[in-house]
Design a protein around this ligand. Structure first.
Ligand SMILES: [Zn+2]
Length: 203
């Protein structure tokens, strides 16, 4: 039974539902907010509401965007025949920062995960195939994270993609196993994309 008031308990349970926040962190955040002035709390709340109102997922690639179509999908100087498949919008940012990639993206909004109960229907996989079937796509680069879930997702996609008449490649193994893009330096990301390996499935 908690000793906190109803107001605090409500905020604790709201914060606890955020990824990576446990009960202890939720308490620390609340005491931090209580110690700051009201303007800080209002600015924080406003920023949360504003991001929810103004930022959308791009209708084509599911990257974050302030418009229906993101700045990458709407850029005619990008190569729209190459799609780099990533897990999250933050992976797009990491690859863009690394530089050297001029194709477009497809953000799955997650990775397959048996432990977390994430199956193919929870990811933007159908939408990826709609893109492949509706446009002139030459190559799909599987740039899901080089960890267990990312590899499982890449394997699943490569088996489906084998039925399509396109080139399939996977980011090179220069990327440390078990890692994710957000922890890699820009040079490693750029090399992993440049040295991507074609996938040849044994039928
Ligand atoms: Zn887009």
């Amino acid at each position: 039974m908690t000793a906190y008031s109803e107001v605090i308990t409500r905020l604790i349970s709201a914060l606890e539902s955020l990824p990576g926040i446990g009960p202890k962190s939720a308490e620390r955040i609340i005491f931090h907010i209580l110690k700051t002035d009201e303007a800080y709390a209002c600015a924080l709340a406003d920023a949360i509401v504003e991001v929810k109102k103004k930022i959308f997922f791009c209708e084509i690639c599911f990257n974050l965007s302030e418009k229906n179509i993101c700045h990458i999908c709407s850029n005619p100087s990008r190569n729209h025949e190459i799609i780099c498949v990533v897990e999250e919008p933050k992976d797009v940012i990491a690859i863009e920062k690394a530089g050297g990639y001029n194709g477009v993206y497809h953000v799955l909004l997650g990775a397959l995960s048996a432990i977390n109960g994430i199956g193919p229907s929870k990811l933007k996989i159908e939408e990826l195939f709609e893109r492949i079937h509706s446009g002139a796509i030459e190559e799909v680069i599987l740039a899901t994270n080089p960890n267990a879930d990312g590899d499982a997702t890449a394997l699943y996609l490569s088996q489906l993609l084998a039925k399509e008449a396109i080139k399939i490649s996977r980011i090179s193994r220069g990327v440390p196993l078990g890692s994710s893009f957000e922890y890699l330096d820009q040079a490693t990301i750029a090399c992993a994309l440049r040295d991507r390996q074609p996938i040849h499935l044994i039928q």
